[in-house]
Design a protein around this ligand. Sequence first.
Ligand code: UDP
Length: 259
Amino acid sequence: MTRDATRQDRDDSTLPPPPSPAPGLKYRRIVLKISGEALCGEGNFGIHPDTLQRVAAEIAELSSLGVQIGIVVGGGNIFRGLKGASAGMDRSQSDYMGMLATVINSLALQDALEKHGVPTRVMTAIEIRQVAEPYIRRRAMRHLEKGSVVIFAAGTGNPFFSTDTAAALRAMEIQAQAIFKATKVEGIYDRDPARHEDAQMFTKLSYDRFLVDRIGVMDSTAVTLCRENKLPIRVFKLTTRGNILRVCKGENIGTVVEA
Ligand code: UDP
């Protein structure tokens, strides 16, 4: 038996459900989905160091309260598969580039979290062993139980999917209690709030309504997965200081998508 196989067997022991939340908190284990764009600050490309630090500080605060945090980072600030495909590239090839972009963001976030003293593991759906661990569900859960933040990189590992779907998939695999979908706006609106001043924000939305109305905040594959597994999605603004913690305390901010 190889050394790796032995270690994997050891990790395959017991997998208790997430412990109860700490006093004053609603959740004990969550998946936070951060889009790539959320990391580029005011610009529309790359990683803005101050924004990255700010996001890391908020995650560090949550982690210090004992919340087990899995993170899925997008790659749209670097490369999107659809954009490559519309410029004539093979779609799968282009999607793999997008998935590698998420690895770059994940490594940047790992660095920022470690600077805040948070033990952080990056686990990739596509093996890149020199820079990150391969994704193994049971090992990911062990890391979470021991207090490490786990960043799930490279999406689902499959072209034609998105990091929203990766977030839904990983959340179900690790038995997270909710997906926190951090966006640039306060929640989900009936119209684009950037173009319509009178756009109304929903405080609550059913999965069915979300799917029927074809709301673009999250892709439908991800929402369908959440619906089938009754996993709530809380959509809120990332850049409002303290929002991540507020959501974890159960405050009714942004929009919740649930049954
Ligand atoms: N991607 C993919 N499969 C996945 C996740 C992501 O092919 O499971 C690719 C896809 O090309 C996508 C890119 O990675 O455009 C970046 O992810 P996404 O667009 O979800 O990032 P975000 O919009 O959240 O920044």
